[in-house]
Write a protein that binds this ligand. Structure first.
Ligand SMILES: Cc1cc2nc3c(=O)[nH]c(=O)nc-3n(C[C@H](O)[C@H](O)[C@H](O)COP(=O)(O)O)c2cc1C
Length: 141
């Protein structure tokens, strides 16, 4: 049984800018400070103009942040692909881990495609989420 109020949300979006290190830094630095204050943790992945972000923390705080992020003009088509109550965080010590994949990464292409497929078909994105976890582990280690 889940006794706390922790949730996880995963969404993807399309960047409105080509991601320079500065563009990413302008998103990440304040996000990490704000997340720390709110005890929100997670992971942001960038590849080929697509952001994929996992947010975890108190339900109300994550909902609020997701609403704010959805309206951010630096990206568009913010699409929620997964949402779940959780017992434990995957990123307990990351106010926002970040990873950028280079262009020739087949694993990422496959992942992005399955994310799009599942969100279009409105099903629980189990395969996509499993791949996210695998990538996430890879980033943290
Ligand atoms: C891809 C992306 C990811 C973001 N992730 C976070 C985040 O994890 N935490 C956060 O506080 N802001 C994040 N932001 C920034 C928010 O959209 C917003 O600009 C920030 O919370 C400041 O909001 P405010 O001006 O209403 O205070 C992200 C923005 C983008 C484009």
């Amino acid at each position: 049984m889940i006794k706390n109020n922790l949730i996880q949300k995963v969404y993807y979006s399309i960047s409105n800018f080509v991601a320079s290190p500065e563009f990413i830094k302008n998103i990440l630095e304040p996000a990490r400070i704000a997340n720390q204050k709110q005890d929100i943790t997670g992971c942001l992945i960038y590849h080929n103009n697509v952001f994929l972000q996992l947010l975890e923390g108190d339900k109300n705080k994550v909902e609020n942040l997701f609403n704010i992020i959805s309206k951010d003009s630096r990206h568009r088509e913010v699409t929620l692909i997964f949402e779940e109550n959780i017992n434990e965080r995957i990123f307990p010590s990351w106010s926002m881990a970040f990873h950028e994949f280079d262009d020739n990464n087949e694993e990422v292409e496959k992942f992005i495609k399955s994310v799009q497929f599942f969100s279009e078909n409105n099903e629980k994105p189990s395969e996509a989420v499993e791949m996210f976890w695998n990538m996430a582990k890879h980033i943290v280690n």
